[in-house]
Design a protein around this ligand. Structure first.
Ligand code: FAD
Length: 483
């Protein structure tokens, strides 16, 4: 099934998820709720794009043998061309939010596609687990579902090998097993869009150190009994797209997920107490490759938009002749080109995995994702440095509707723009780099794919450096006992 925007909103409004916000449980239709309507309407536009004639060569043409259509985001690419086509569709979706929607449906749908396509691998832990992930995948594909996910334990004690006692459960774990399924109690971090998606993907957390009752992987509907989403404070302080051009549309919210004796039926469990499968499924199925590929496509779009905004600011206040300004904008260009090149490298160097999925090469993608954790905060600094006081002199929509409008028109105009255009531009710069929404975006780009420090450690440890060390040794003509 290939849903459109109104089908998406209708479905969202049927949800009865247990979402907590500002000390209250959320009631009523989500698509008109003051906090969720912005992001849900933005998501609905993505589903409409699936039916847009202009992009039909990207979004249409994926169908089951029985002719039923499904979304590009669930398609298993079998060749480089199919991967590139998928990347273009992700790019079109990302453009719709200037790359601000970190969790457009294609993000976790990529994971579901990889896990489902690699179902055979999960059968190593028991035949039924392969059957489970296969049916989760097919169900998602058939209904064009969207997912949130949680891969992280609560941040209570990060010293190595820390585990809570049985009486003091914090990190979600299996506390019982019945003929119906496994019972989970405890919490997980940090589900972006938690509670406002159809289902939730839960994967093991804790890397090499996980054991026993912490080894599980499953997908359940977000309205499963006992599941609670505890949202942080929302950052879309008003509906005005003049005042909050980004937050009013793309505030995704993040939530702690609580499992209060949640029964996960066996036909939804695809990984259970098998250390070998838990350690290897990510590489084996290509899940990280595809998550990072989606992220890099989105980050390229975001960087292009930041470049456009930077140049607009430069033009509005006419600062392009200064060398340091050119240098700063050029830094954005260099970063953008690096990201684009890494994406292409990942496509060209891809290979077909054991399950027939053409998988982009991981090294360029993990390089891009790690690079962006440092580059993005610098991008925000550049926007602030180009803007200086402009990013602070930002009256609101109501100010422009009041009797001070003439003053604003006179004193807040730019060299190349009237006051409304100038203020709207700087409000965008503010919402991107300084507002609560903008600060969260920076933290998101730093951490969304994991702790950058540990990503760097992983990259250092896995990169084959020895051929180059050998070159140096040869150059130095090192032989035992010789000078
Ligand atoms: C805006 C936002 C949205 C997110 N959305 C999601 C989501 O949708 N789903 C999801 O599952 N997760 C999500 N995350 C969580 C994200 O995956 C984690 O933030 C990330 O993996 C880091 O884990 P942590 O936050 O627990 O940091 P911690 O692991 O607690 O790290 C805290 C600090 O301690 C250091 N540290 C801790 N342990 C070590 C170690 N062993 N070695 C070296 N240094 C260490 C870290 O470098 C860091 O400086 C989101 C995070 C953010 C910020």
């Amino acid at each position: 099934m290939l849903i459109n925007g109104s089908q998406f909103l209708d479905r969202v409004d049927q949800l009865h998820h247990n979402i907590w916000l500002n000390g209250e449980v959320v009631n009523g239709p989500l698509s008109t709720h003051s906090v969720f309507k912005g992001i849900l309407n933005s998501k609905s536009k993505l589903y409409d794009l699936q039916h847009d004639d202009e992009h039909k060569e990207l979004f249409k043409g994926y169908s089951e043998p029985n002719g039923e259509e499904y979304s590009f985001s669930f398609h298993q690419p079998k060749s480089k061309e199919e991967l590139v086509r998928r990347g273009k569709a992700t790019t079109i979706w990302a453009r719709d939010s200037l790359g601000m929607m970190g969790r457009s449906p294609d993000y976790i749908n990529s994971a579901i596609m990889c896990l489902g396509s690699g179902a055979e691998f999960f059968s190593n832990g028991g035949k039924e687990f392969g059957t489970s992930i296969n049916s989760v995948y097919n169900h998602a594909k058939r209904n064009d579902l969207s997912f949130t996910h949680t891969f992280i334990n609560p941040q209570v004690n990060r010293s190595l090998l820390h585990y809570e006692t049985d009486e003091n459960i914090i990190a979600a774990k299996v506390i019982d097993e019945t003929d119906k399924g496994i019972i989970i109690k405890g919490a997980r971090l940090l589900a972006t869009q938690g509670g406002i998606t159809d289902e939730i993907l839960v994967l093991p957390s804790g890397g090499n150190y996980i054991e026993g009752e912490y080894i599980y992987g499953f997908v359940i509907p977000s309205d499963t009994k006992g599941l609670k989403f505890l949202c942080r404070e929302a950052f879309n302080y008003s509906d005005s797209s003049f005042d909050h051009p980004l937050a009013s549309r793309y505030e995704e919210t993040d939530s702690v997920v609580v499992f209060d004796h949640v029964l996960v039926p066996w036909n939804r469990v695809f990984l259970y107490k098998n250390h070998q499968v838990a350690m290897n499924f990510i590489n084996e199925t290509g899940m990280y490759h595809y998550l990072q590929y989606q992220a890099v496509c989105r980050q390229i779009v975001k960087t292009e938009c930041i470049l456009g905004l930077a140049e607009k600011i430069v033009d509005i206040i006419q600062i392009q002749q200064y060398q340091h300004i050119q240098d700063k904008v050029n830094e954005i260009i260099i970063g953008l080109e690096i990201m684009k090149s890494l994406k292409v490298a990942s496509e060209v160097q891809g290979t077909v995995n054991n399950y027939g999925t053409y998988t982009p090469s991981i090294q360029p993608l993990s390089t891009a994702v790690q690079y962006y954790t440092k580059f993005y905060p610098r991008l925000m600094e550049i926007i602030q440095l180009l803007s200086s006081s402009g990013i602070i002199s930002i009256p609101t929509e109501k100010d422009f509707q009041s009797e001070i409008r003439d003053d604003l028109n006179q004193y807040l105009q730019g060299a190349n723009a009237d006051a409304v255009e100038r203020v709207k531009t700087f409000r965008l710069a503010w919402d991107l780099s300084m507002s609560a929404f903008g600060s969260r975006q920076t933290q998101f780009e730093r951490f969304f794919f994991g702790d950058p420090v540990r990503l760097a450690m992983g990259s250092y440890n896995h990169y084959d450096k020895q051929p180059f060390v050998k070159d140096i040794s040869q150059f130095l003509n090192l032989e035992k006992g010789k000078l």
